[in-house]
Each structure stands twice: as C-alpha cells, then as structure tokens.
Design a protein around this ligand. Structure first.
Ligand SMILES: [Fe+2]
Ligand SMILES: [Fe+2]
Length: 258
C-alpha cells in the first residue's frame, strides 16, 4: 500500500480496544469541538453523522487498522455472502435494520418484565444501529441513488435473558464475520470510505456484544449505571469512567446517556 493510500485509509480509522481502559489518554488528542458539537442531532441526521465522521482524522501512528489489527479475521465457516461493496452495504443495512428493530422490541419486553436497566441497554443499542444504518445508507445512496432503505421486518421476542443472548450472538456474528468480510471486499475495491464505515461499525459491534453479555450475567443483580452512546460511531460505554470514544475519539460530553 502506498504511503498516500495508506494514510487515506487510516483517516478516521480505529484505535485498539486496549485504549478503552486508558480513556484518559484521549484528553490530549480528542478532536476539536467542531466535529462533536452537534451530538444531539447526529443520532437522527444521516448527513450530519457522515460529515462529522469524515471530519475525524486519527493519528496514523497510533491507530491500528484492518490491515494491521489482529481482530479483523473472518470467522471460520463464514455465513456471510460477499458481493460488491454496494451489495455489501445493502446487506449490512438490512442486518442493522433487523437489529435495531429487534432491540426496540426487546426494550419494550424488558420493561414489561420489570428490567428497566435492560430497557435502557436495548434502547441505547437500537439507537446505535440506527447510526450505522445512516452512515451505510449515505454511502449506498451515493453509489446507487435509486436505493431505498429496506422495510422493517417482523422480529421474534423471547424472555429478556434469551433476548440478550440472541442479541449478543447477532453482534458477535457482525463483528467477527459480516463486517470483516465486507471490509476485505471494500479494501480490494479500494473503497476507503466503505472500509472506514464498516470498520467503525465492526468495532462498535464487539462492544455491543460485551454490554449484552455483561447484562446477561448481571440480570438478577443489575446496576443503575447509565449507558452512553457515541453519536458518531455507535460505541456504547457503561458507567461514568471514560473521557472519549475509544473508536472515533468523540468526547464524552457529546455522548447521549440512557
Ligand atoms: Fe450492534
Ligand atoms: Fe465513537
């Protein structure tokens, strides 16, 4: 990869998950407020989310990416059908649409079952998937102006414990199979924007799985800690102890609390 294309590729790319435990490190390198001042509107606006995403440029020297990171391999016996990047964007949008719908439904189920903390987590994660949808839709629309978002599917619902496991399984599939497959295809096509969008989503999904499994383990001993949603990339943090998004460096002040 040439230096120029490598640097383009690294624009807005990612930092490793290890950085999460060192959130304080980001104080000095967080993006300027111009990229994060409209947090409340970003969750509902595809154009602002895309603009803000494009405005983030991480230091290439400190940002491992899909070509150097060790958690971008595709799971064996992949269940993902890989097509062109446009086709992959449409598949991802369909998957994210199913996910956001499931989580919204399961938030209601959790409330009915008396799990307000699970309602907050499912609602927060449902909103996170909407961010991925809008980022992917913005690029898909650019590649195919006639493209329309898919219809909202019917979704099953179980007891909240099983809903958490189903949700975690879906997130693990996306982070270890679907998105790594789509990232490799986008890299082969040289579509750096798609690589960036898929990479950020891929990293966020791993955290979503972690939050769901944590909630599953703690279902009978819940805490009232808040969940915080990064309005740019869909990362979710539980609790107060962080300063910025470990994926895209958006400051905590821009996060939405649930
Ligand atoms: Fe997710
Ligand atoms: Fe983020």
């Amino acid at each position: 990869m040439s230096e120029l294309s490598r640097r383009d590729f690294m624009k807005g790319a990612v930092i490793g998950t290890a950085a999460l435990s060192a959130g304080g490190l980001f104080v000095g390198c967080a993006p300027k407020s111009s990229a994060s001042s409209s947090a409340s509107s970003q969750t509902s606006s595809s154009s602002s989310a895309t603009t803000d995403t494009a405005s983030y440029v991480l230091d290439p020297k400190t940002a491992p990416d899909a070509s150097t990171g060790h958690n971008f391999d595709v799971a064996p016996d992949s269940k993902t059908t890989v097509g062109t990047t446009l086709e992959n964007l449409k598949s991802a949008i369909a998957g994210e649409t199913a996910a956001t719908t499931k989580y919204a439904t399961w938030a209601q189920a959790a409330e009915k079952e008396g799990f307000p903390e699970l309602k907050r987590l499912f609602t927060c994660t449902s909103d996170a998937e909407k961010i991925h949808i809008e980022l992917e839709y913005a690029l898909a629309s650019k590649l195919d102006p006639s493209y329309q978002k898919p219809a909202v599917p019917d979704v099953p619902t179980y007891t909240s414990g099983i809903n958490l496991i189903e949700a975690a399984n879906g997130e693990i599939y996306e982070t270890s199979d679907m998105y790594p497959s789509f990232i490799k295809a986008a890299q082969a096509e040289g579509n750096t924007e798609a690589v960036q969008i898929f990479t950020r989503a891929k990293l966020a999904e791993a955290y979503h799985a972690e939050r769901y499994l944590n909630a599953y383990s703690m279902i009978d001993t819940p805490s009232d800690e808040k969940y915080y949603l990064c309005p740019v990339c869909g990362y979710i943090h539980k609790g107060e102890n962080f300063t910025a998004c470990p994926i895209c460096l958006t400051p905590k002040a821009s996060f939405k609390a649930y």
